[in-house]
Ligand binder design. Structure first.
Ligand code: URA
Length: 264
């Protein structure tokens, strides 16, 4: 095979795996690269980079808390430029779906290709499995479903901590507006970032934690569980996720509060 054919076959392989864009993980300061000799450009290039953390603390919280309801918050997210994912091939912001006064909020990792195309979270195969499980656990119509980031990461990669941080004020404001009784974090990327834990999801799942707001004094019991995309790949793990959903539904119906980190 010549180099050209090998290259095309490699691209086709990555496209099949869902990798349809290539980006560097951090934005690059082209002005600094150029080492421009003009003093004004040198001064701008030397200024501290506007990282997503700076954007987050400078603007995200204010924008998010200026929104009086979920509709205004969705509009604020769509207009927000502080998350690098927005310019990495995503078609639109994907915010949430479900009941605006839901007693449970489900938080996943980030939109995939189906969600990016349709503008709603968890609408692909993994989302259909999640819906079936929620219905079977008696949670139909009692959840609002969202993600840690609101734009599709290219190639469905895991969102970076910076990207999650840039979206965090909007996620927290959504939680603040909905005021759910319980939170369900699906998958490692959501559980680890929202609970600030380093263990893997198999160690975190099925245990109650107290989620604490970063920008507000909200405190809500949270249960990590396995991601439905993982369950599609590993059906034998469904039993564990099912146990977690029953635990959540039971606590919701009982309305009590077991202690933090307690196993179920
Ligand atoms: N996986 C997620 O974590 N979120 C979605 O919205 C879809 C798939």
């Amino acid at each position: 095979m010549n180099d050209r054919n090998a290259f095309h076959s490699l691209l086709a392989f990555w496209a099949d795996a869902g990798v349809d864009h290539l980006y560097e993980s951090a934005s690059r300061d082209r002005m600094a690269d150029q080492q421009d000799s003009r003093p004004a450009l040198r001064a701008v290039a030397a200024a501290p980079a506007l990282s997503s953390q700076t954007v987050d603390s400078a603007g995200g919280r204010e924008l998010a808390w200026a929104a009086a309801d979920l509709e205004a918050l969705a509009a604020a997210i769509a207009a927000y430029d502080g998350c690098a994912l927005k310019t990495q091939g995503a078609r639109q912001a994907v915010c949430w779906r479900g009941a605006p006064d839901a007693p449970v909020m489900v938080v996943g990792e980030g939109p995939g290709a189906d969600e990016d195309a349709r503008g709603a979270p968890f609408v692909g195969r993994a989302g259909q499995l999640l819906d079936r499980m929620l219905v079977a656990a008696g949670l139909e119509g009692r959840v609002l479903i969202t993600n840690t980031v609101f734009w599709r990461p290219p190639g469905n990669r895991t969102p970076s901590p910076d990207e999650q941080l840039a979206c965090a004020p909007f996620l927290e404001r959504a939680i603040d507006l909905v005021r759910p009784k319980l939170l369900l974090f699906v998958g490692a990327a959501a559980a680890k970032s929202l609970l600030d834990r380093s263990e893997g999801i198999l160690a975190l799942r099925g245990r109650w934690f107290e989620w604490r707001g970063r920008y507000s004094d909200l405190e809500i019991p949270a249960l990590p569980t396995l991601h439905p995309a993982f369950l599609l790949r590993q059906p034998s793990a469904k039993k564990k996720a099912w146990q977690d959903l029953l635990t959540l539904a039971e606590r919701l119906d009982r309305g009590d509060r077991p202690s933090e980190g307690g196993s179920v």
